[in-house]
Write a protein that binds this ligand. Structure first.
Ligand SMILES: [Ca+2]
Ligand SMILES: [Ca+2]
Length: 407
């Protein structure tokens, strides 16, 4: 196993050398309202972020509620940190990922989940899109020897399933880039205003090294994830984007390395398209993670089983779905801790308010004294029976005989 990981890292390093690209000079893409729709921009879509914010932590309240965070991730604060950073970005804020010194030598699986299901601008309609696109900076992604290295990502995108009659269903379809051998590729900026085609590997989708710029993946090169079977019409509909998952492995040799992601979205021809914020979202609560049990409510959608502790080589992983669940790090996340606490506290406070010391001082508790008196009398009777009557069998006979005589 270790040998395979070592080989994987060597292959990654070799690929990195081959694909090493300079930071782009002339941009190949200038987003505007006619050619770009943001799905997750770390600015206002799906929710508003401020610089310095630490997504996915206990204090993260960006989303629909404290437990419904727009960004969740396994391994935050352990194998890596996430921070909203405006210093290096395509526009406004970006998501910065720093691999920490705690990343294990053999690596650990750490998916970052961008939940477009939460926030005021959630569930974006990108109808008319041709490509999935995002901006990335890997110029500070180096190993502990200072060498630029590649980053493998199990990328998948989840959207709402659309029935054949065009209506939105309560199911979800997850898509991933095809392997290179099946025609999968991405486009990176060539530095001269054009695009350079790079074939995907047969395992993960690998980011180019020492690169800053846009990356584009044609929707036509996506296929279903192995675990996603709900697709009523067999096409990538683009009607409601729910989740973008970046599944990554972090290794100790990557400690101190930094990645920046920004402006996840779709490009295509959006000129004249309707304002998508008015689209009524389908209730997707059935596809969220039950954070109190850490088990997926819908097995088709999600991330990580917190109980396993096996590490995984990103090069060996083929999908981001439930099969990945058995390969998680076992690291505790805030998602499993946060939600239960507030509700328990609230319940406790309610109970104290009704029956606490203040309430018992009122005049409505006289029955407690009556009850106590009854109990004392009953106990006295029992004691009398066992201590006296049973030792003097003639007592009852005498008593009843006396009564008979009196009558
Ligand atoms: Ca941004
Ligand atoms: Ca579909």
């Amino acid at each position: 196993m270790k040998t395979r990981k070592l080989v994987s890292l060597c292959i990654a390093a070799a690929l990195g050398t081959v694909l090493a690209a300079p930071v782009s000079a002339t941009s190949s893409f200038t987003p505007d309202v006619s050619n770009f729709k943001a799905v997750f921009d770390f600015d206002t879509t799906p929710a508003s972020y401020t610089e310095g914010h630490k997504p996915g932590t206990r204090s993260d309240t960006v989303g629909d509620s404290k437990s419904e965070k727009c960004i969740t991730a396994e391994g935050i604060g352990l194998t890596y940190d996430l921070t909203i950073d405006a210093g290096v970005s395509a526009k406004g804020n970006a998501l910065r990922l720093d691999v920490t010194e705690l990343a294990p030598e053999g690596g650990s699986w750490c998916p970052v989940l961008l939940n477009v299901k939460f926030g005021p601008n959630k569930l974006v309609d990108v109808s008319g899109a041709t490509d999935f696109i995002f901006w990335v900076d890997t110029t500070k992604y180096k190993d502990t020897n200072g060498q630029h290295i590649q980053k493998g990502i199990n990328l998948y995108i989840q959207e709402t399933d659309v029935a054949e009659d065009g209506s939105l269903t309560d199911k979800a379809t997850a898509w991933k880039p095809k392997a290179g051998s099946k025609g999968g590729y991405y486009l990176m900026e060539d530095g001269a205003g054009g695009w350079k085609k790079v074939e995907n590997s047969d395992s993960d989708f690998w980011l180019p090294v020492n690169y800053q710029g846009w990356i584009k993946l044609p929707i036509s090169t996506f296929e279903h994830t192995d675990w996603s079977t709900d697709d009523s019409d067999g096409i990538f509909n683009c009607r409601q984007i729910q989740i973008i998952q970046l599944g990554m492995g972090n290794y100790s040799i990557q400690s101190g390395a930094t990645l920046y992601f920004d402006e996840f979205g779709f490009t295509g021809n959006f000129a004249g398209s309707a304002d998508t914020t008015t689209t009524k979202p389908v209730d997707t609560t059935t596809t969220t993670i039950d954070v109190t049990t850490t088990k997926p409510i819908d097995g088709n959608v999600t991330t990580v089983d917190q109980e396993s502790d096996t590490t995984v080589d990103p090069a060996e992983t083929t999908d981001g779905g439930p099969n990945v669940s058995t390969e998680s790090t076992g690291l505790t996340t805030d998602a499993t801790e946060t939600p239960a606490t507030p509700s328990v506290t609230a319940a406790t406070e309610t109970v104290e308010g009704a029956n606490g010391p203040e309430g018992s001082r009122g005049t409505g508790f006289w029955w407690i004294w009556v009850l106590a008196a009854v109990v004392v009398i009953a106990l006295g009777g029992v004691c009398f029976y066992f201590l006296y009557v049973r030792r003097h069998p003639g007592f009852l006979k005498k008593l009843f005989h006396k009564h008979d005589g009196e009558e």
